[in-house]
Design a protein. Sequence first.
Length: 239
Amino acid sequence: MHRAALVLFSGGQDSTTCLAWALARYERVETIAFDYRQRHAVELQARHAVLAGIRQRFPQWAGKLGDDHELDLGVLGQVSETSLTRDMAFRMESSGLPNTFVPGRNLLFLTLAAALAYRRGLEVIVTGVCETDFSGYPDCRDDTMKAMQLALSLGMDKRFLIETPLMWIDKADTWALAQTLGGDALVELIIEHSHTCYLGDRTHRHDWGYGCGDCPACALRARGFAAWRNADKPAARTP
């Protein structure tokens, strides 16, 4: 039986929901984030507010929430020519992928997370990747996650489990899952303190949270919130 998990926690809606999911299941949960010189680096500040909020508002989880780790991954920003690491407009590329795709990002994140998990004695790695509501990123696919789980387990001679609670649900169901896990308190925490906007906008407040309201991340979050609210907060499908 797995007892300890490491959550890839950026401070966004998805990773906050995944963190709550892990806290509801495991005895000890640690978190990890990466500074890869992203344009929306404000998420690295937002995540600390989310962690503080969880400790304050959810006593049943506070004792399970362990150390937080933040790694400098500036090299990823150096080798990437994307709209998340450069000041350029969002657009679709000739490859059919949006220019928000950072090649190798999730592969590198998982590799470093596994290395840390190895040292910390954590058996499970939790990440918020998703095939249902995503921009076509190949490193978010279920097949990629299965391949990474096998490669990391073989390469480190330690059996890792990569959990993807959001893989088969959409953004509306992600809001519903947060409601199921932590009630209105968790939904309010996500709205007020999590950060998703690719432009790092924390000045414009919407009913779904802060953001520019126009970038792909904001549009997806807003549509999911509206669908969830208009459906009278349906129960989340269990991943």
